[in-house]
Design a protein around this ligand. Structure first.
Ligand code: CP
Ligand code: NVA
Length: 329
């Protein structure tokens, strides 16, 4: 990246300590949002009054759009949703020109694009912080939200050092959500088991990074094609759509490839009896049955709500505090 601006492209950009601060900020803003003012609220509230927050989204979104617009408004900014039907990008104007122009007028850009290279290009040419709001390789806002949710639901376990590491089991594809989630879990001291179908492997660079974090933190990461062995004793079962946005053309083949990977009673019975079920949403029936998705172990709607506080934390840290974590310790 050519400039000194701190962007959020992936959880891998952050030290363990920085990531913990980010999740703590999300928790902090949840408390403020639910319970009212605090000293920090008085200090930071409306810090972006009179400014704008751009959302350059070339893909659909419910949670990321609503949470980002809500978070921008919380700090006094006007969010601007710039969908692919709204601006010249991709039809009449290049990525480079769009980045130069949009970043000259806004406080930051939340970007939902196709490739990670597009996120890197934005970071190179933007004069304001870029917050990756999902690309094909990473989804850091989801990981912040998911760690906040796990901290809330497993507070007793996480605060008891005599307990073994929490085990998070992912059953699904190997792309954006799990890539950042795995790094996030390992940074916070959890063990990760990832089960993908034959023919789908985790990215080697991400596994290298994950193994590095795991060995530093005394945690474990394993990748397998056996959904049953991965589910054994899991404290958390998590999945995502089997057909990500942009892959609709391959739907039939992917659904075939994912046979046996639906989270259902059979897999759930292998997990810890107190397990929780998570999903970034949107959800489809092929990856999880209704009894699990709507059942007593599911925390998917608490998880979705926490997207708001993850977006607040991202704006707080990367826009208001310009990526300077020292102010936030
Ligand atoms: N989880 C998530 O990113 O949802 P949206 O695609 O609706 O933003
Ligand atoms: N893997 C999914 C995540 C959606 C939030 C996708 O890229 O479509």
């Amino acid at each position: 990246m050519s400039n000194s601006i701190r962007h959020l492209t992936s959880i891998k950009d952050l030290t363990d300590e920085e990531f913990k601060i980010l999740v703590d900020r999300a928790q902090h803003y949840k408390t403020i949002f639910k319970n009212g003012a605090s000293d920090d609220f008085q200090k930071n509230h409306l810090k972006l009054l009179g400014r704008t927050v751009a959302l350059i989204f070339t893909k659909r979104s419910t949670r990321t759009r609503i949470s980002t617009e809500g978070a921008a408004t919380f700090f006094g900014a006007q969010p601007m949703f710039l969908g692919k039907e709204d601006i010249q990008l991709g039809v009449n104007e290049s990525f480079y020109d769009t980045t130069k122009v949009v970043s000259s007028m806004v406080s930051c850009i939340f970007a939902r694009v196709n490739s990670h290279e597009d996120i890197q290009a934005l970071c190179k040419d933007s004069s304001v912080p870029i917050i990756n709001s999902l690309c094909d390789t990473y989804h850091p806002l989801q990981a912040i939200c998911d760690m906040l949710t796990i901290k809330e639901k497993f507070a007793t376990h996480l605060n008891d050092s005599s307990k073994p590491n929490l085990k998070i089991t992912w059953i699904g594809d190997a792309n954006n959500v799990i890539n950042d989630m795995a790094l996030a879990c390992l940074k916070l001291g959890m063990d990760v088991a990832i089960a993908t179908p034959n023919g789908i492997e985790m990215d080697a660079n991400i596994m290298n990074e994950a193994n590095k974090i795991a060995s530093q933190n005394g945690t474990k990461i394993e990748a397998t094609h056996d959904s049953k062995s991965a589910s054994k004793g899991a404290n958390i079962l998590v999945t995502d759509t089997f057909v990500s946005m942009g892959e609709e053309f391959a739907k039939e083949a992917k659904l075939k490839q994912f046979q046996g990977f639906q989270i259902n009673k059979e897999l759930a019975d292998l997990a810890d009896p107190e397990f929780k079920f998570m999903h970034c949403l949107p959800r489809h029936h092929e990856e999880v049955t209704d009894d699990v998705f709507y059942g007593k172990h599911s925390i998917v709607f608490d998880e979705a709500e926490n997207r708001l506080y993850a977006a607040m934390a991202a704006i707080d840290v990367f826009v208001i505090n310009k990526g300077n974590f020292n102010n936030l310790k």
